[in-house]
Design a protein around this ligand. Structure first.
Ligand code: NDP
Length: 484
């Protein structure tokens, strides 16, 4: 007999799992269907492996720095990507296990397979599941949530028809599957993933080049902060090239020889750039954006409307153009961030299965790019704030204590902080509109400042707080010089 459900969630990423668990906790008969792996992009191919690889890279130079602090006995450092890969796999397995356990204890029925909507039968939508190892089965649900997320946009689909060799570029998914570090890497793109992966490859020891079609990176971040971040990226050895136009990729014949670790080099990729230059490398990463995973879900036949980027159009209540079908997270036009999908999921579950009429509120959104150095932001950039009216901008650049000490061993790291106060009125009386930072602990610090901005803190409130010394964050409390 076909099971009748209150709620069926397609996609077990951060948003889907949270929506399913919450709905079940409110008593809804809930099923969750996932084609690839519990945890979705964040756990399996995104945030978590990325952060583990960032940690791995952060140890580079750590042995020499530790010697400076008096430690002895470190052997010459070497790096094994295959070891990191297997440790990462163990950790992801543990996390997937936790997801499965949490779903089971919440009473969510989890199905593995490709889900597609087969139309409406009375009050219920029919959903079929094509499992790789099981026979197709069908569920019926009154409400359906599409939380299938995004996937990397392949280079082949982003270039003109006469572009050759697009298939030689890999996506970020492949980065976390490599068992051997490529000697030379070229990263295409200028967004979050390009910058984070360039930092990882460079820190792990690959010769890294970043090629971007535009004249700067991270378009949605404060320009001054991005410039400072890029100085740090370049100082660490990434060759950043802007306003470049890639003409094509080709595979070069076997050139012989071996890389630093003695592995024979077989394939070389040649990137041809407008202006006559070409770059040879062993691995090309295309980090040029992501596209919504909507294909094969049966959305077209039901009339679920998509925007011109292929994202599902929703209202403030997550309803799509078809009554009873909802969507949230990366598959919609909202910022492609895990905490956004999670919060949306909680709001939707409450709206559907309690008497809540709460709306999702993403005011004062903290964001971080785990590049090297990291960059983090909350509130408005200088450019956005100036469009709203007068501002006072406070900036500070300094070499923190640890970095100045470590500079004796050849490491140097300049932190940058920026605070934006609403202008007009007495100095210090204006609301803090934005805080931005570049530096290794920037994401931690900026996250902790977010409630102050949400509560409408004024610059004077920052000034009145006693600084915590010696820290990097104390500078946010002690900045006095500004420009308008
Ligand atoms: P982004 O949207 O951040 O950046 C895409 C980049 O690719 C842009 O620099 C864009 O250039 C460039 N680009 C787009 N199309 C082309 C093309 N046809 N040829 C060459 N370059 C192109 O996408 P990402 O893939 O880096 O990340 C996707 C999203 O995932 C992010 O926006 C973010 O929301 C999320 N994410 C968040 C992370 C975090 O929170 N730390 C980490 C990773 C991802 P241009 O600027 O010229 O448009």
């Amino acid at each position: 007999m076909t099971e009748l459900l209150d709620f069926c969630v397609l996609g077990a990423g951060s948003g889907g799992v949270r929506a399913a668990r919450r709905a079940a906790s409110y008593g809804a008969r809930t099923a969750l269907i996932e084609e690839v792996a519990l945890g979705g992009t964040c756990v399996n191919r995104g945030c978590i492996p990325k952060k583990l690889y960032v940690y791995a890279g952060s140890h580079r130079g750590g042995f020499s720095e530790a010697r400076l602090f008096g430690w002895r006995g470190f052997p010459d450092a070497s790096f094994s990507l295959s070891h990191l890969l297997s440790q990462k796999e163990d950790e992801l397995e543990r996390l997937r296990g936790l997801y499965a356990k949490n779903c089971a204890s919440a009473g969510v029925s989890v199905f593995s397979g490709k889900a597609s909507l087969k139309g409406r039968k009375g009050d219920y939508f029919a959903i079929s599941i094509d499992g790789a190892q099981s026979q197709a089965q069908e569920l019926r649900a009154k409400n359906v949530l599409i939380a299938t997320g995004c996937e990397p946009l392949p280079l082949t689909e982003a270039v003109a028809a006469d572009f050759v060799g697009g298939e030689l570029a890999h996506s970020s998914d492949r980065v976390f599957e490599l068992d051997r570090l490529p000697e030379r890497v070229v990263v295409l793109g200028g967004g979050y993933i390009a910058l984070e992966c360039a930092g990882i490859f460079n820190a792990l020891g690959a010769q890294t080049t970043l090629l971007h079609r535009n004249d700067s990176l991270l378009r949605s971040f404060d320009r001054g902060i991005v410039r400072h971040c890029l100085e740090g990226v370049a100082a660490r050895g990434v060759d950043c090239r802007f306003s470049t136009r890639l003409l094509g990729l080709s595979l070069q014949p076997f050139r012989g020889g071996s890389d630093k670790t003695g592995n024979e080099i077989r394939d070389e990729i040649c990137l041809e750039i407008e202006g006559g230059e070409s770059i040879l490398c062993d691995f090309v990463l295309a980090a040029i954006g992501r596209r919504a995973r909507t294909r094969g879900l049966g959305l077209e036949a039901l009339g679920v409307a998509l925007d011109k980027r292929g994202k599902i159009i929703t209202g403030a209540d997550f309803a799509t153009s078809v009554a009873g079908i909802y969507a949230l997270g990366d598959v919609t036009d909202s910022p492609e961030l895990t905490p956004i999908a999670i919060r949306q999921a909680e709001v939707l579950a409450r709206r559907l299965f309690t008497d809540s009429d709460e709306l999702f509120d993403a005011r004062v959104l903290p964001r971080a790019v785990f590049a090297s150095p990291a960059i983090a932001s909350v509130g408005l950039s200088e450019e956005e704030a100036r469009r709203q009216g007068k501002v006072r901008i406070y900036e500070s650049r300094f070499v923190p204590l640890r970095a100045s000490f470590a500079a004796r061993a050849g490491f140097s790291d300049q932190v940058m902080l920026k605070l934006i106060e609403r202008g007009g009125g007495e100095v210090g009386s204006g609301e803090v509109l934005g805080c931005h930072m570049v530096g290794s602990d920037a994401p931690e610090i900026i996250q902790a400042l977010a409630p102050a901005l949400r509560a409408g803190a004024r610059k004077k409130d920052f000034d009145d707080v006693i600084a915590l010394h010696p820290t990097n964050a104390e500078e946010f409390m002690t900045m006095r010089d500004f420009y308008e």
